[in-house]
Design a protein around this ligand. Structure first.
Ligand code: GAP
Length: 520
């Protein structure tokens, strides 16, 4: 089992994440969070909301902020007037290039189907190229392990190798091969018996269409939102008029988004239904570059503060030619998932593009009015926008992957989730050492009193070592055990998950000690 398979298996076994509607065979790209998973994901969202919105103190902005600013929240509707998506550009341009295999009926995203020719390398280094027939495999040239690219064509490549006295074969990527009809006709798709079965790429709009009301005609079409951001832009004026906010300020929102992804994959990483945590931060154009850097760096630090190992997290600034035509800057926070380095969050300087589009389409004046500005020309303006846009499911998956570890305790292997205490689904488990001598009664009393403050768990079944292991797999930071001394001295042992160290603590102090160790 590779490490991703182990994580997926742990998620299923311990009730973090299940395939959606599994008893009917599931639905590709949709996932359900079980009892532990829902707590973990809620904690991720709560940490984001607390750190970015609710407990953001505008009178004492974090160090490095160019000025004080306020943050407010929003919960906009998921279905909106379809004009929103025309103005935002999603109706016209939110698409991926899709190719179909006429023989196997498989469907691929053209940019995620690597097309390669072969080179055969002799021991003396001479290279022989082979491009009479090209091969296609899910993945990206340069990013995907060549062994994985070869896998769907193993037999055919082996026979070509044999004909060349076993010389080493290596893939040579052919960019944009599927766009070119003549080249595409030479490509063998995975599972196809011969070349030429792939269709030309065509644009596939990722929005889920639906109808509002009883009539299913064009007049009733709308879309499940593919991002939460537009709900913020269309409420910009409402928030300005009611919340007494002054530029610079930000609006944060957490909510579901839907995309009809061509190829959902890598567990929850690319899903069709997922949650976003987005901020639209409104500022003046002349200091938007400064705010962009501020948010980019702050968002990167947020993941580290919640326990992601710095070596696994990267900030990737986009090249100029990668930027959307309206964007003045964009960076991705990327994480080294077991399946490769991939985007967790994007931070973009979107200029005034979105507000301008909505102002034009709606005919409403969305300019901000600065009543303290003395220069008449500068009093009304469209703010520029910095957008840190994170995925709650991708974040949750990254925290799970980073926390997953295997070690040995007392000569026995154990699996442990070293989750940050703020994220851990269960904060502490309470056990009676044995199920007699009044220990269960005492342990239950402790459990009930802690339950008022923390998400704690009670377990009296099985050997104590087994109970510890179960909590290690659930990521529970502390296990509290009631033993013989508890009954005489009113103390318990508190075992720390990562070190397995045990300390004795008086029952009277337990709640406060736990609160302190969990971070308040
Ligand atoms: N408003 C900007 C926006 O939506 P995006 O890069 O398309 O930008 C932002 O999405 C974040 O949403 C991504 O970085 C990712 O964390 C999450 N996300 C996007 N598509 C996703 C999918 N199919 N499954 C899970 N998360 C996704």
């Amino acid at each position: 089992m590779d490490s991703m398979e182990k994580i997926v298996s742990l998620c299923k076994r311990r009730g973090f994440i299940f395939p959606s509607s599994e008893i009917y065979g599931g639905l590709n790209g949709c996932w359900d969070y079980g009892p532990l998973g829902v707590e973990l994901k809620r904690n991720v969202k709560q940490a984001w909301w607390d750190d970015m919105v609710a407990h953001h103190d505008e009178t004492a902005s974090p160090a490095g902020a160019p000025a004080t600013f306020s943050m407010v929240g929003l919960d906009s509707s998921l279905l909106m007037n379809p004009k929103v998506w025309e103005a935002s550009g999603h109706v016209g341009g939110f698409s991926d290039p899709m190719v179909d295999d006429r023989e196997t009926r498989a469907r691929y995203r053209a940019d995620q189907l690597a097309v390669f020719a072969l080179e055969f390398v002799a021991t003396d280094g001479t290279v022989e190229s082979y491009d009479e027939v090209l091969f296609a495999a899910p993945g990206e040239i340069g990013k995907t392990d060549p062994a994985e690219l070869f896998e769907p064509h193993r037999k055919r490549i082996a026979s070509l190798q044999k004909a060349r006295q076993g010389r080493n074969a290596r893939p040579v990527g052919i960019p944009d091969a599927l766009q070119n009809d003549a080249v595409r006709m030479k490509v063998i798709a995975p599972g196809a018996t011969g070349p030429g079965t792939l269709t030309a790429p065509r644009a596939f709009n990722l929005m889920f269409k639906t109808h509002v009301g009883a009539l299913e005609d064009n007049s009733s079409v709308t879309y499940l939102r593919p991002e939460t951001a537009q709900g913020i832009f269309v409420n910009f004026k409402n928030v300005c008029d009611t919340a007494r906010v002054r530029v610079p300020f930000g609006i944060g929102q957490i909510g579901k988004a839907f995309r009809n992804e061509i190829n959902p994959r890598n567990f929850t990483f690319r899903s069709r239904e997922f949650e976003q945590m987005e901020i639209e931060f409104f500022c003046r154009a002349n200091n938007s570059a400064q705010w962009y850097e501020y948010w980019r760096d702050r968002r990167y630090r947020w993941y580290i503060a919640l326990g992601i190992r710095p070596g696994n997290l990267h900030l990737r600034e986009h090249d100029k030619d990668e930027l959307a035509h309206y964007a003045a800057g964009c960076a991705d926070v990327e994480y080294d998932f077991p399946f490769g380095r991939s985007e967790l969050e994007g931070i973009a300087n979107r200029t005034d593009f979105d507000l301008r589009q909505h102002m034009q389409m709606s005919g409403k004046d969305l300019r901000y009015f600065d009543d303290q500005e003395t220069n008449e020309d500068a009093r009304r303006y469209l703010p520029h926008v910095i957008e840190p846009s994170a995925g709650a499911d991708r974040g949750t998956l990254a925290f799970l992957c980073d926390a997953y570890s295997e070690d040995e305790v007392g000569g026995e292997p154990r699996t442990v989730l070293k989750l940050h205490p703020r994220l851990a689904p269960i904060k502490a488990a309470v056990f009676p050492l044995v199920k007699k001598d009044g220990m269960p009664e005492k342990a239950l009393a402790i459990y009930r009193s802690l339950k008022k403050r923390f998400n704690v768990y009670y377990d009296e079944k099985g050997a104590i070592g087994r109970r510890y292991r179960r909590q290690d797999e659930a990521g529970t930071p502390f296990c509290i055990t009631v033993d013989g001394d508890t009954l005489t001295a009113d103390t318990v042992t508190v075992r720390e998950r990562d070190t397995c160290e045990q300390t004795r603590i008086s029952v009277a102090e337990l709640g406060d000690v736990l609160g302190e160790r969990l971070g308040g």
